[in-house]
Design a protein around this ligand. Structure first.
Ligand code: SF4
Length: 168
């Protein structure tokens, strides 16, 4: 089971995403099968790695062929620019995907001194800029995640999703 505070954080980010899409449905191109945001490789803190590891153990039991594929593609040159957990443009651990992945598609904001710097997927908000209430301030995720990490696994290094895919 994921950490209960992590579950709460996930719910908040998922609700923020839902509210943003309800506010401006025409601004979002996000849909099942669009995996542009997954064409990167991410690291996570141990508190997020643990539930992904458990999901992968479930796959080992329920779908060993898929589990083998993840292991193989973690080091496959033709998959090097994509997340090792991405299969046919779908996330193989979708329910347990990390917070950063739950923010995909939203306009994300980073505070620099007095300025809020905002970026978003080029497929979204093509006609108008996003409203402030739809922006996700990344510190609002990163700060509680850092606290959770400090409480749960302070000395644990960050873990790459590719290394989770490789694990036996
Ligand atoms: S964990 Fe899932 S949602 Fe996140 S980048 Fe990988 S495939 Fe995409």
């Amino acid at each position: 089971m994921p950490n209960e505070h992590l579950v709460t954080l996930r719910r908040r980010v998922d609700a923020h995403f839902h509210d943003a899409t309800q506010r401006d449905p025409q601004a979002f191109s996000c849909a099942e099968g669009c995996a542009q945001c997954c064409h990167r490789r991410f690291d996570v803190f141990e508190v997020e790695a643990a539930p992904i590891r458990a999901a992968l153990a479930g796959l080992e039991r329920d779908n060993p062929a898929l589990r083998r594929r993840l292991r193989t593609q973690a080091d496959a040159p033709d998959h090097a620019d994509k997340c090792a957990l991405l299969v046919d443009d779908r996330c193989s651990v979708y329910e347990q995907r990390p917070l950063i992945c739950r923010s995909h598609g939203l306009p994300v904001a980073i505070q620099h001194a007095d300025e809020l710097r905002v970026s978003w997927c080029e497929l979204n908000y093509r006609a108008t800029d996003p409203p402030r209430e739809s922006m996700l301030v990344l510190d609002a995720i990163n700060a509680p995640l850092a606290v959770l990490t400090e409480l749960e696994a302070p000395a644990a290094p960050r873990v790459s999703l590719a290394s989770l895919a490789r694990e036996a």
